[in-house]
Write a protein of this length. Structure first.
Length: 202
């Protein structure tokens, strides 16, 4: 057995600073589709997914714009500029997060994590294989292998975590709420890489 942190870095998802602005159902944003990234934005989406998130079709999108808008084609720049005007009017540029990032509109989502995990609930965490390559915001943790792991090993790792982790291994709060900080999750014991493919398949 080894600590999960020896195999994977555990990162909380990105904070948008204004979910009502940066999280969208898609078409209502008026932006080019390439800036709308399907993402897990509610822990319930992981609980419903079960063993694996196979499709991103039911997910909302996070708007992730480039830092340098001057590089955009003129047709896209018009749409982005109009959106940023609406975002600024809604207060998105004045949030604490926006005032501490440069430029203020750059959400900067991380790459898709091969395993997504819930981290706060009145139940053990969900560990879900991210077959849909969805991004995630700060309602979930992403597990990123330090060295490449084959799909069968990732399946085995997620399966082991689902079957072994209890709410009591997290930080317990009133009402039975269990919270797992990234460091708490990295200290969980899991089989060594050579044993992961022996875990029950998805």
């Amino acid at each position: 057995m080894v600590e999960l942190g020896e195999l994977c870095r555990v990162h909380r998802g990105q904070v948008t600073g204004a979910n009502k602005v940066w999280i969208t159902a898609g078409a209502d944003s008026g932006l080019p589709a390439r800036f709308l990234l399907p993402a897990v934005t509610r822990a319930s989406e992981l609980f419903r997914a079960g063993d694996a998130l196979a499709s991103s079709a039911a997910l909302r999108c996070v708007i992730d714009l480039p830092a340098d808008l001057r590089a955009l084609p003129a047709s896209e720049r018009v749409l982005v500029t109009a959106f940023l005007g609406r975002a600024r009017a809604a207060g998105a540029a004045e949030s604490y997060v926006a005032r501490h990032r440069s430029p203020w509109w750059r959400v900067r989502l991380a790459d898709p994590a091969p395993i997504l995990a819930s981290y706060m609930a009145r139940r053990p965490p969900a560990f879900v294989r991210n077959l849909a390559a969805a991004r995630h915001v700060n309602i979930a943790h992403g597990l990123y292998p330090r060295d490449p792991l084959p799909p069968a090993a990732l399946d085995g790792l997620a399966a082991y975590l689902r079957s072994s982790v209890t709410a009591g291994q997290g930080r317990l709060y009133a009402g039975g709420l269990a919270k797992f900080e990234p460091g708490d999750m990295e200290r969980l014991l899991v089989p060594a890489p050579g044993m992961l493919e022996c875990q029950p398949p998805l």
